[in-house]
Design a protein around this ligand. Structure first.
Ligand code: GAR
Length: 267
């Protein structure tokens, strides 16, 4: 049996996905242990759940950090190693239509919050960072510190839709309102965009005429709990390999993309 992996988690709310991962670690379904749980939200219920399992928790209160930065931008103390041009050249969260001032304000305020997050995480070494209902976009400033080796990403996210459809904050709502006949959830590695990183696993459910947004969320969450544990265990077993694929299209264009290959054995 391989060595257990150390898993850090970030949450914003109820933490049912986190609970599923904790349960899978405790039952041995995942060959790993949760080493810390952090949140951007001091009221996240998942923090209480974690404490009950004896897991270290911490909070970086994004809302108050962002408010303080906006109140007096001239007093914002950016981290010494923050390079705005580098971050702007890498990010895919905002399109070129977004006002530059908005983009600059977003990345500088997030850098302040992310530097605090990094300080809190530092004492707890980990192999994998799982975002379990963490409702904040991570920026290249943070991602590059967690993923120094770009070929081995180690930040995973769960999203409540079948990506690449419906990225953003309301995956089930967007799926429902669009009139989709199938919905689902996706686990993927984080990249510099919003819910755009290489896909690890997906599960789908049927949507019938009787379904409501509530019933869709219920169906989806049950699948999320299974899917997230399965994907974390694939990581723990060394079975996820991210490769750069290149495809030639009939129109002469070329598509390049990082894609996750699931190996039958540890690589
Ligand atoms: C889950 O549905 C998860 O997919 C979603 O938030 C919910 C968190 O529930 N995440 C996102 O929308 C991320 N963009 P939980 O706190 O009970 O795990």
């Amino acid at each position: 049996m391989d060595k257990k992996i150390r898993i850090g988690a970030l949450i914003s709310g109820g933490g049912t996905n986190l609970q599923a991962i904790i349960d899978s670690c405790e039952s041995g379904k995942i060959n790993g242990d949760i080493t810390f749980v952090g949140s951007d939200n001091p009221d996240a219920f998942g923090l209480e759940k974690s404490k009950k399992h004896g897991i270290t928790t911490f909070v970086v209160d994004y809302k108050s950090i962002i408010q303080n930065c906006k109140k007096d931008p001239s007093k914002v103390l950016l981290p010494d190693d923050f390079d705005l041009d580098d971050v702007l050249s890498k990010q895919h969260i905002f399109s070129s239509n977004t006002p530059p001032e908005k983009i600059r304000s977003f990345f500088t305020t997030r850098a302040v919050a992310e530097a605090k997050l990094i300080d809190k995480i530092k004492p707890y070494p980990f192999d994998l960072l799982v975002l379990a209902g963490f409702m904040r976009n991570l920026t290249p400033y943070f991602i590059d510190k967690i993923n120094p080796d770009r070929t081995n990403p180690r930040i995973m996210n769960i999203h409540p839709a079948l990506l690449p459809s419906f990225p953003g904050v309301d995956g089930y709502g967007d799926t429902f309102r669009y009139g989709c006949k199938v919905g689902g959830c996706t686990v993927h590695f984080i990249d510099y965009g919003e819910d755009s990183g290489p896909i690890i696993g997906q599960k789908a459910f049927q949507i019938t005429g009787d379904d409501t947004l509530e019933s869709i969320k219920e169906k989806g969450l049950k699948l999320e709990w299974e899917l997230y544990s399965e994907c974390v265990d694939l990581f723990a077993g060394g079975r996820l390999k991210t490769v750069r694929m290149s495809y030639d299209l009939k129109n002469g264009k070329k598509i390049e993309r990082n894609v996750v290959k699931i190996l039958s054995q540890h690589f």
